[in-house]
Design a protein around this ligand. Structure first.
Ligand code: TYM
Length: 334
């Protein structure tokens, strides 16, 4: 075990607030898998975060298991990484309360995700939605995390986490490790297939704008054929070509090619050839993930074993940090 504890630590999480998209996979989960040998990794299904917008309880339970199954189907190995469900480790909520008292109202008001989500759910701008980044900071700081692999939309939350850690460390002496974001060069922001100026998001009303990991091949093909591009007709990246640039990035990631290689491969060809090629590459990329997820969802006992063992390991690590924090702020030992 001593070899394991010398490794740097990674924490990341995904919300079970809907079906996972190709954006979640290419921006985050794919990197979780490649990092799990070199780091000590904790990957969480963040159900506490999901209820900041209304969820159907039965659906939330189903989605939580589906995200866990997808973690496994994407190659996360419970022998190497700690896979668990956030609400199973109460220390996340406990640390969040403490860190609330070290996070400023003004800081939280500036969060773009809060602004976006409160505009989108104007009838339910609850305190949890506002406080969301503090819970995320707690997730990260609880495990003395060195590195946080995420898509670029989460960068602002990681900067806030660093500010809160620095503030707490400044008052009480070194308590939290200062986490760094890990954002891949390509794939950090996969765009909507219908509006390439916006990120691909599972909460988009237009189902043609996103690819779900569980989408059937015919749906994937249809969505790529309908993807919004431009009228120029050449397969290259550039200003005003955000749609094609996005498809080039997706095709490159799905086939292990650089953007330059993709442009060279399709030089002289039109969108009628390129769009179905992207569709087929993504079908093949996602096929094993979908099939494996379907199999795993039939084996609830195995999923339960994974999340139970994961929560035990995570709780042990989390407790160490929480005890230290309680002592530093002046709480009496139980
Ligand atoms: P969530 O559930 O929205 O997304 C999970 C991960 O997927 C990335 N992502 C994308 N990457 C590229 N292109 C896209 N279109 C795209 N859409 C989503 C996200 O950046 C994220 O990495 N707040 C987080 C969950 C969270 C968390 C944490 C993450 C809670 N606690 C602690 C890291 C550490 C979120 O809402 O992710």
């Amino acid at each position: 075990m001593s070899e394991i504890t010398e490794k740097k630590r990674i924490f990341s999480g995904v919300q079970p607030s809907g079906k996972l998209t190709l954006g979640n996979y290419l921006g985050a989960i794919r990197n979780f898998e490649t990092l799990q040998d070199a780091y000590e990794c904790l990957y969480c299904v963040v159900d506490l975060h999901a209820i900041t917008v209304r969820q159907n309880p039965a659906e939330l339970r189903r989605q939580t298991l589906e995200v866990l199954a997808q973690y496994l189907a994407c190659g996360l190995d419970p022998q190497k990484s700690t896979l668990f469900i956030q609400s199973h480790v109460p220390a996340h909520a406990e640390l969040a309360w403490i860190l609330n008292c070290y996070t400023m109202f003004g800081e939280l008001s500036r969060m773009t995700q809060f602004k976006d989500k409160s505009a989108k759910h104007a009838d339910n701008v609850n305190a949890g939605l506002f406080d969301y980044p503090v819970l995320m900071a707690s997730d990260i700081l609880l495990y003395q995390t060195d590195l946080v692999p995420v898509g670029s939309d989460q960068l602002q939350h990681i900067e806030l986490t660093r500010n809160v850690a620095q503030r707490f460390n400044g008052v009480y002496s070194d308590t939290f490790t200062m986490p760094e974001p890990y954002i891949a060069k390509t794939g950090a922001r996969i765009m909507s297939l219908q509006d390439p100026m916006r990120k691909m998001s599972k909460s988009d009303e237009n189902a043609n704008s996103f690819i779900l990991l569980m989408d059937k091949p015919e749906d994937i093909m249809r969505k790529f054929k309908r993807a919004i591009t431009d009228s120029e007709g050449t397969i290259r990246r550039g200003e005003g070509k955000e749609g094609i640039s996005n498809l080039i990035a997706i095709y490159g990631l799905a086939t292990g090619r650089t953007a330059e290689e993709v442009e060279a491969e399709f030089a002289g060809q039109g969108y009628a050839a390129f769009k179905p090629a992207v569709g087929e590459a993504v079908v093949e990329l996602l096929r094993p993930i979908r099939e494996k997820t379907e199999d795993l969802l039939k084996n609830k006992d195995y999923l339960e074993q994974v999340y139970t063992e994961g929560a035990q390991r995570a709780s042990y690590m989390a407790r160490k940090t929480l005890d230290k924090v309680y002592r530093k702020v002046g709480f009496i030992k139980r």
